[in-house]
Design a protein around this ligand. Structure first.
Ligand code: HPA
Length: 272
């Protein structure tokens, strides 16, 4: 019987990356314009990669794109699967295991998030300094495969300071409004209640979303350096009078594509 590790290796072999990428990028909901920046792109639909999980959420594409930005060799996930779709944590993190197999040393992960911090505004970017895993599950639960990493990995600096510094510089370069803060991961798929948002604020969260943390856990398990960036698409529930919708999230995400792609292009070159 093939193990999870074997399935990852099978996907890595199928992708057959001749030039090994050094940086991986995960593009969140409605944040895929960055792929247009990639030189010499090689696009592989997820469905053509063995064992790769495929999303069915509207607005979430599913392509792996290998290529270059300047001298940096990168591999980009345009679209990801989410825990709320019903996937197991092992499926949500499978692509990250594959990116590591392709050779990445650094992962830049992006997402759309709601602002818990009342000083943040829609359209701001937030460099993730740390996270709260508020989902009672963990991708490392179960037997540990030492070929990936240790049983009890350290998470003191999940989001590397060096990577945060590079993101900050890239944000200045793109003249973006860049904040910093803690990302709280909730399972979704419903948006939070105002009471939950107050709870999150009490817990020390600055932004909330339904992704990223599983991928970061898997990446850190394998010793990959992580940089995380949230696009603040809305104030979290109860902060403004308006109700929340996926359309609003997509609309705001669409509006910041220009500074975002500029910031990401700059960041991947310094992270490489
Ligand atoms: N809550 C959770 N996830 C989100 C939000 C939010 O307000 N906005 C974008 N993703």
């Amino acid at each position: 019987m093939s193990t999870y590790y074997d399935q990852v290796q099978e996907a890595v072999r199928a992708i057959n990356a001749v030039d090994r990428p050094t940086v991986g990028v995960v593009l969140g909901s409605g944040l895929s314009a960055f792929v247009e920046q990639i030189d010499e792109p090689r696009v592989i639909p997820y469905r053509n990669i063995p064992n790769f999980p495929v999303s069915n959420v509207e607005g979430h594409k599913g392509d792996l794109v290998l290529g270059k930005i300047g001298a940096a060799r990168i591999v980009v996930m345009s679209g990801r699967v989410h825990y709320y779709e019903g996937h197991a944590m092992s499926a949500v993190t499978f692509p990250i295991r594959v990116l590591a197999g392709l050779g990445i040393k650094t992962l830049l992960v992006t997402n759309a998030a709601g602002a818990v911090n009342e000083a943040f505004a829609p359209g701001d970017f937030m460099i993730i300094t740390d996270h709260l895993n508020l989902v009672a599950d963990n991708p490392l639960r179960g037997a540990n495969d030492e070929r990936f990493g240790v049983r009890f990995p350290d998470f003191t600096e999940a989001y590397a300071k060096t990577a945060r510094d590079k993101l900050r510089e890239a944000g200045q370069f793109a003249r973006a409004s860049v904040r910093e803060g803690v990302y709280a991961f909730l399972p979704g798929p419903c948006y939070e209640t105002p009471a939950e948002v107050r709870m999150l604020r009490t817990l020390g969260a600055d932004a909330v979303g339904m992704s990223t943390v599983p991928e970061v856990i898997a990446a850190r398990h394998m010793g990959i350096t992580v940089a995380g960036l949230s696009v603040i698409t809305n104030s979290a529930a109860g902060i403004s009078k308006t109700t929340l919708s996926h359309d609003e999230v997509k609309e705001v995400a669409g509006r910041v594509q220009k500074p975002l792609r500029m910031m990401l292009a700059r960041a991947v070159q310094s992270l490489a």
